[in-house]
Design a protein around this ligand. Structure first.
Ligand SMILES: [Zn+2]
Length: 508
């Protein structure tokens, strides 16, 4: 079945459909593995790995750094400037590292998008890409300290000489990029088109061109190499990508979508690296994707991580910041709570996480300041928060967990201010729509709508389950059996109640 899909996807190339921008890892088998036996072996291996990944506990492997040795092979260049291409390559590696660590400034956008995805976290891997600089294969005139970059010396998509490296083949192509779904490091690699490699100033034919000029095609392809599927899986709402915290999706997004897009009844994460949007509009992996990639490396690519010790000059891990100190939870007069810790001069930013104590998943925020004011607590409920510091490329350890007790929690009056209720039409006759909007987000909560007549008798009751990630709801009430006159609509959301007055009139 999967193979059939691969064949179908084969026709989506940059030239045929200008809208399709990125690779298709699915194409890899049909394009690169030309004979049926190899395709069969490949499929079997993938099926096996999928099985292993599902059966492997998804524990966080934060402490485990994975170093990936990289070799870059420019192919078919007419003339070239090695120095310029080396700078461009280093820039591309730096981009990879920033995005895989979730430390690129683009990820600050997550602070804005996160409330709509209460079950997802910004993914930060402990994967580091290093251009190999020693013990190079023979025959390439590469001496120690020179980076593993070749110019018109390696042809095709495999190289026996370059086993146990993550190979990047840069050449003219109809595809922006193409990668095996689950690479093996047996001499295989990813290929990237000349106009989608690196970022900034190009070097002759190798020139990053908008809208794929920010080096993210390789981020996407490496995602496939480490066994990530596109975020929509195999297309259609019934297929998942096998990652627990990416929303279900039916297919790709293109260009730079304006606002949020709903597919398969949920808001889609079009800005995920495993979608097809323009470079400027993709900025994150999720925590689930990050863990999946690390698990894949751990169980399938130890040949790469072991080779890194031999071919990469590994700098001692840069001394990072200490874990945050002097954490304080300060209740404010207006009912909000300020979370605060000592500021650190070297900090690039702070990562704050908080959750209701009974919840499993943290919500994350990236902050430039050493404090944050929260309004999302519920009175009587207990919350936890913790913080860590990003200093350049390294992250501090998490602080001790801090608890916000019920007494410190935000009174409901504050939440009421953030809850807007509307009834329309008003006056109404046959039916009435009640819509609500709240400015914060709770998981999995019902909203109850009661309609009382002017004598205070309950005449209608309806409830609505709020969808994950939505901050509004609409309830349609059949009012054809009600008499004319005033009614009161009471809306109950958590502990918050809101009332609005409506008028029924036949003549309206
Ligand atoms: Zn892809």
């Amino acid at each position: 079945m999967r193979f059939l899909l691969w064949i179908l996807f084969l026709f989506f190339s940059k030239n045929v459909f200008t809208q399709v921008h990125r690779c298709h890892a699915e194409d890899y088998a049909s394009l690169i593995l030309k004979d049926a036996d190899r395709i069969h072996t490949y499929q079997n291996r993938i099926a096996h790995v999928e099985q292993t990944l599902t059966n492997t506990a998804s524990s966080r492997s934060e402490e485990e750094p994975f170093i990936i040795p990289v070799a870059i092979h420019f192919q078919g260049l007419k003339d070239f400037d090695p120095d310029c291409l080396t700078i461009l390559s280093n820039r591309q590696i730096e981009i990879l590292n920033q995005h895989f660590k979730g430390s690129h400034q683009d990820t600050q956008q997550w602070t804005h998008d996160a409330p709509l995805f209460p079950h997802a976290e910004l993914g930060r891997t402990n994967i580091t890409f290093v251009l190999a600089t020693k013990n190079h294969p023979q025959g390439y005139q590469l001496s120690d300290e020179e980076p593993a970059i070749t110019f018109n010396q390696v042809r095709g998509n495999f190289s026996d000489d370059w086993k146990n490296y993550l190979n990047i083949f840069v050449r003219q192509s109809d595809y922006l990029g193409l990668s095996p779904y689950g690479g093996t490091g047996d001499g295989d690699g990813i290929f990237i088109s000349l106009d989608a490699f690196g970022s900034g100033e190009g070097c002759g034919e190798v020139e990053p061109l908008a809208p794929f000029e920010l080096g993210k095609t390789l981020v996407h392809e490496v995602g496939h190499y480490f066994f990530l599927q596109h975020i929509w899986g195999e297309r259609g709402c019934e297929h998942d990508d096998g990652v627990f915290d990416t929303p279900i999706s039916s297919g790709p997004h293109y260009d730079c979508p304006d606002g949020y897009i709903r597919k398969c009844t949920v808001i889609n994460m079009h800005f995920n690296f495993m979608d097809y949007v323009d470079d400027a509009c993709m900025y994150m992996f999720t925590e689930g994707q990050a863990r999946r990639m690390e698990r894949y490396i751990k169980h399938n690519l130890s040949n790469l991580t072991e080779n890194a010790q031999r071919v990469c000059e590994l700098k001692p891990i840069q001394a990072g910041c200490d874990r945050p100190a002097n954490l304080q939870t300060i209740p404010e007069d207006d009912g909000t709570i300020t979370l605060q810790w000592d500021s650190v001069e070297e900090a690039t930013h702070y990562q704050l996480q908080y959750k209701a104590t009974e919840n499993k998943h943290w919500k994350s925020l990236l902050l430039l300041k050493n404090q944050y004011n929260i309004e999302t607590a519920t009175y009587g409920k207990s919350y936890e928060w913790r913080v860590r510091i990003q200093c350049g490329n390294s992250l501090s350890e998490w602080s001790e967990k801090q608890v916000i007790t019920g007494e410190q929690s935000t009174p409901t009056t504050l939440r009421e201010r953030n809850f807007f209720l509307a009834a329309h039409p008003n006056p109404f006759n046959e039916q009435l729509t009640i819509s609500g909007k709240y400015s914060d987000h709770l998981d999995d909560i019902f909203v109850n709508v009661y309609v009382y007549n002017y004598r205070g008798e309950l005449v209608k009751f309806q409830y609505e389950k709020l969808a994950y990630g939505y901050n509004y709801f609409e309830v349609l009430i059949d009012t054809s059996d009600l008499g004319n006159g005033f009614y009161f609509v009471l809306c109950e959301y958590g502990e918050v109640k809101k009332v609005t007055k409506v008028f029924r009139s036949d003549t309206w």
